[in-house]
Design a binder for this molecule. Structure first.
Ligand SMILES: [Zn+2]
Length: 201
């Protein structure tokens, strides 16, 4: 069953020509499999060691109502994220390279992305890259668009942040903002190394 369309914007990079049966190649199943293969490995522009699929930005790859048009469904990590137009371009380029026209990019805003959407593989890649992956954002996440209010001491993470290098939780926040707005700068008090922490959001 397909979820109802929640298309906020279409990519300006969508091909100008109308979808026509002659333009598409392969069976629907084949097109879908090739589209997943082309898109799931696209790296995040800001953190290239993690794919947009593992970050949860690439939410779905499906075929449109015509059964031909490849629809790549993406979600911004936070509103106004400057990387989103780059991601749209990368998606379009990958689909063109795989000869998968016609296609369109659908940007879906709800339910909103949270760092809970980052897969285990994505968290492992972040850690290997020297970025502490985000802690759990919502307690049990019964509905992902509901964010419970949590009362925690100001400027303190809900749980200790583990050093991605030595694993120590003996760490200290140096700055709420690091290389990008979505990360905080930490320092490990054991191995003395500074590192980025991907903030839960
Ligand atoms: Zn350390």
């Amino acid at each position: 069953m397909r979820s109802p369309p929640d298309i906020a914007t279409s990519s300006p990079f969508a091909p100008a020509f109308p979808a026509s049966p002659g333009a598409a190649t392969g069976t629907p199943e084949d097109r879908l499999a090739r589209a997943w293969a082309a898109l799931e490995a696209i790296p995040d522009p800001e953190i290239p060691v993690v794919s947009i699929r593992d970050l949860g930005i690439l939410r779905d790859v499906r075929l449109g109502d015509d059964g031909l048009t490849v629809e790549a469904v993406i979600t911004p990590t936070y509103s106004g994220c400057p990387a989103m137009s780059q991601i749209e371009e990368d998606v379009g380029r990958a689909l063109d390279a795989a000869a998968l026209a016609p296609w369109r990019v659908c940007t879906v805003l709800a339910p909103a992305w949270t760092t809970d959407w980052i897969t285990e593989a994505g968290r492992a890649s972040l850690r290997a890259y020297g970025i502490a992956p985000p802690g759990q954002c919502t307690a049990d996440a019964p509905a992902r668009h509901v964010k419970p209010l949590r009362f925690v001491p100001r400027m303190q993470p809900a749980a200790a942040v583990a050093c991605p290098r030595c694993g120590s939780t003996h760490t200290q926040e140096l700055s709420r903002f690091a290389s990008t707005a979505c990360k905080a700068l930490y320092r490990c008090l054991d191995c003395r190394e500074p590192f980025d922490y991907f903030k839960p959001y």
